[in-house]
Ligand binder design. Structure first.
Ligand SMILES: [Fe+2]
Ligand SMILES: [Fe+2]
Length: 277
């Protein structure tokens, strides 16, 4: 687990995002509100969701490394949510309230299975880490695109003091998840590997877009940030992360594309993207 220890150190030692140090100077709030309403709304809600996901319920047998990662990850993501919420207010958008949102009920059911069986727990951890790497990749790509739009619009303060840091954090998270998943995968037996692949393929959805009610916000984010190349930058890249970790090139079927299509079909702007194909 040396590689994992190394990645964990990296996550813990990276420069933090300090709210007081962010320069929220915005020259053209109207332009940002128009171009980034969908992505900001989606990202702020998802970053905030980690506060209620209760990963300890999902994984009752946590290693000290996973425990440490979850502590730092939660601090990071809640800090991201706070910064994005403030930015939304600066440009006249309303941050998404999360009152009354609880952890997914299925986490407790899955957690009970892992409590009873160490072999199942190993499968659950592998799926958690693989899907974590896929979702952090989505976050990283989204911030990369938002950052490019900001630079283009001359909003250098936000680029320098917020989005560069967000991108770096998501990249660090992704590297921990991917390394952890790869090591875990290698320790699984055949039936565990088949189960892990099967469950991931059948259940994966972009983070924060599992429920039907939340799919349109993800669709609007895709439309705003990757209208012309979502199949390459989003679908192909994310699918290949899963196939690399699970040693399954071409064997898992186009499950990422199906999950993304499901979100696009939930919103008129997303439908329009699909109609262009
Ligand atoms: Fe984040
Ligand atoms: Fe992250």
């Amino acid at each position: 687990m040396e590689a994992v220890a190394d990645r964990l150190d990296f996550v813990e030692r990276k420069p933090p995002l300090v709210f007081e140090e962010i320069d929220f100077t915005v020259h053209n709030p109207e332009l940002l509100a128009v171009r980034l309403a969908g992505p900001l709304e989606y990202a702020q809600r998802v970053e905030h969701l980690v506060g209620v996901t209760h990963m300890e319920t999902l994984m009752p047998r946590r290693t000290p490394q996973v425990e440490r990662f979850l502590v730092q990850w939660t601090i990071d993501e809640l800090g991201h949510a706070e910064a994005l919420g403030h930015l939304m207010e600066m440009v006249g958008l309303d941050p998404v309230p999360l009152d009354g949102v609880g952890p997914p009920t299925r986490n407790a059911t899955i957690g009970r299975a892992g409590r009873m069986s160490a072999s199942l727990h190993a499968v659950i951890e592998t799926i958690w880490a693989t899907s974590g790497a896929m979702n952090e990749h989505l976050a990283m790509s989204a911030y990369h695109r938002i950052d490019a739009i900001l630079k283009d619009a001359g909003e250098h303060a936000l680029h320098e003091t917020l989005f560069r840091r967000l991108r770096a954090h998501e990249s660090a998270h992704k590297s921990f998840y991917a390394t952890y998943a790869t090591e875990r995968w290698a320790s699984l037996r055949g039936w565990q590997q088949r189960l892990a692949r099967g469950v991931l393929r059948r259940t994966w959805a972009p983070v924060g877009a599992t429920e039907a009610a939340d799919r349109p916000a993800f669709a609007r984010t895709v439309v705003a940030l990757a209208a012309d190349d979502w199949q390459e930058t989003l679908v192909a890249d994310v699918q290949s992360i899963a196939e690399r970790i699970m040693d399954a090139a071409g064997e898992m079927g186009p499950f990422v594309e199906q999950a993304v299509r499901l979100t696009l079909e939930s919103d008129p702007a997303g439908e329009e993207l699909l109609a262009r194909l």
